[in-house]
Design a protein around this ligand. Structure first.
Ligand code: NAP
Length: 456
């Protein structure tokens, strides 16, 4: 095998995310090398305080307070310090010195994206920031690459976990905003100063980034209309619930025609609306509390999770869901960008080539373990439910939900029952044996459906 070249990686910041990135770089060096096509050598970690405790044990010799010297001698720079300065100057210096840059800094990208992109283009290096929007969720690259041959018409995102947690608490417990915020702080979902989250500023940065990529136009924070959730009351939530809605803080970017722009006038919806060359359409970028029908896919996004719902002309509706924050999840997004940037250096291309180094075997369907939905048409007789439940138990398949609906045939006046069962996770083999055994019971008219269930 030919010797792989080594790329020098400088890490700026070793907090929640940076420490996890350093851990992965050191622990998974061989895996990363096989995927990147180069060894990724962590040459230094810039911090403010050399003696601060770290979440991960890391070699002391890697730490430095001289971030500027570090970025000048690197092929790849990962910026995870946060804030505008010195992050901005360090990123610009790194790119001018020919390094590709990966950052999770939504505030900086939203505020000064055009300058950063210009410098990256000038230097011919990659600038990537998948971690800046919705943490672990791969959303920027799908928008930028996978959907580049389509026209996105609308993006709706739950992109701030803190506010989603608070609204979810209010919805599920009837709590007032202040109590739900206090609970979020107690559980570590909200910071001691929660302003950036609850007033929508964090979501607004992400809205600007989503809109820029979705609509191929550079939007900045100034283009985003922003309203937070601090004025949402328990009564608002209760009324929405009564009417079949849930309240979510959404980051929205959508293309509007003339009618849409007129509707937006005077309501704040006009803010951030850019006009096309023909003067008839534009993009509205905004963040505000929003009622969603309870059956909308985004209504099911609970707790501190994030999700982004996209509508595109040809792809139709798409939804991306996952953990929007946290050291490890966010580090996953950073590593994806880093591998892509490393491959761009190795191949001299855009770094999107597929790798096939996993060598994992494909398992047969009988090895699958999941939950199941089973529909049964059964005779309406006493003791039927107990017999069926016992049969499931004998096969090691436990029942999570069992619901019965009685039907009467109008002509024959005979009653039958429809039984719907959802199981806990079981193996495909155990389930198949259970279904065969159920079919043999004299009280079963038919097995109407057997479907796999995910996400229960
Ligand atoms: P953090 O825990 O506050 O860590 C910041 C790190 O940067 C610390 O190690 C700090 O050094 C270092 N640092 C700050 N200013 C510095 C300076 N002037 N010179 C040298 N080092 C400096 O931050 P984080 O939560 O890891 O977030 C990092 C970035 O990722 C931010 O841009 C954030 O918005 C983004 N992000 C975070 C998450 C998340 O879940 N946390 C999710 C998505 C994106 P000391 O340790 O010595 O103080």
């Amino acid at each position: 095998m030919t010797e792989l070249r080594t790329l020098k990686v400088a890490l700026l910041g070793c907090g929640n995310v940076g420490a996890q990135v350093a851990r992965i770089l050191l622990d998974d060096a061989d895996m990363l090398a096989s995927r990147a096509g180069a060894r990724l050598e962590l040459v230094g970690i810039a911090v403010r305080n050399l003696d601060a405790p770290r979440e991960v044990e890391l070699p002391r010799g890697l730490f430095t307070t001289d971030a500027e010297a570090l970025v000048k001698d690197a092929d790849l720079v990962i910026e995870l310090m946060g804030g505008i300065e010195p992050a901005r100057t360090l990123i610009l210096t790194a790119m001018r010195n020919g390094a590709c840059v990966v950052t999770g800094n939504k505030a900086l990208v939203a505020k000064d994206g055009p300058t950063l992109h210009e410098e990256a283009d000038k230097a011919g290096v990659q600038l990537s920031y998948e971690a800046a929007v919705a943490g672990a969720i791969p959303i920027l690259r799908p928008i930028r690459d996978s959907l580049s041959g389509d026209r996105i018409t609308r993006v709706l995102g739950i992109v701030n976990g803190t506010t989603n947690f608070i609204l979810d608490q209010m919805d599920s417990t009837g709590a007032q905003f202040a109590d739900a915020l206090a609970e979020a702080q107690r559980l570590g979902y909200a910071e001691a100063d929660p302003t950036a989250d609850i007033e929508g500023h964090d979501a607004a940065s992400k809205a600007a980034i989503l809109a820029s990529l979705s609509f191929h136009t550079r939007f900045s924070l100034d283009d985003v209309y922003c309203e937070g959730i601090s004025s949402v009351t328990a009564a608002d939530i209760a009324a929405a619930k009564d009417a079949g809605f849930v309240i979510k803080l959404l980051a929205i970017a959508e293309k509007l025609g003339t009618a849409g722009r007129e509707t937006g006038l005077g309501t704040g919806l006009g803010s951030g609306t850019e006009t096309d060359a023909d003067g008839t359409t534009g993009v509205s970028v905004r963040v505000h509390p929003t009622l969603l029908p309870r059956e909308h896919p985004l209504a099911a996004v609970r707790g501190a999770f994030n999700a982004v719902f996209i509508e595109a002309e040809n792809a139709g509706e798409l939804m991306f869901y996952g953990q929007g924050a946290g050291g490890k999840p966010t580090a996953s997004a950073v590593m994806g960008d880093l591998i892509s940037a490393a491959r761009s250096i190795v191949l001299g291309g855009p770094g999107r080539a597929e790798t096939t180094t996993g060598q994992v075997s494909a398992l047969p369907i009988t090895a699958a373990v999941t939950s199941y939905y089973i529909g049964l048409d059964v005779a309406d007789q006493p003791g039927v439910l107990a017999r069926i439940a016992q049969l499931f138990a004998e096969h090691g398949v436990s029942i999570e939900i069992m619901r019965q609906t009685i039907h009467r045939d109008a002509d024959s006046n005979i009653e039958s029952a429809e039984l719907r069962i959802v199981t806990h996770r079981a193996s495909e083999a155990a389930l198949a044996a259970t279904v065969e055994a159920v079919k043999g019971l004299d009280v079963i008219n038919s097995v109407t459906s057997v479907l796999r269930v995910e996400g229960v």
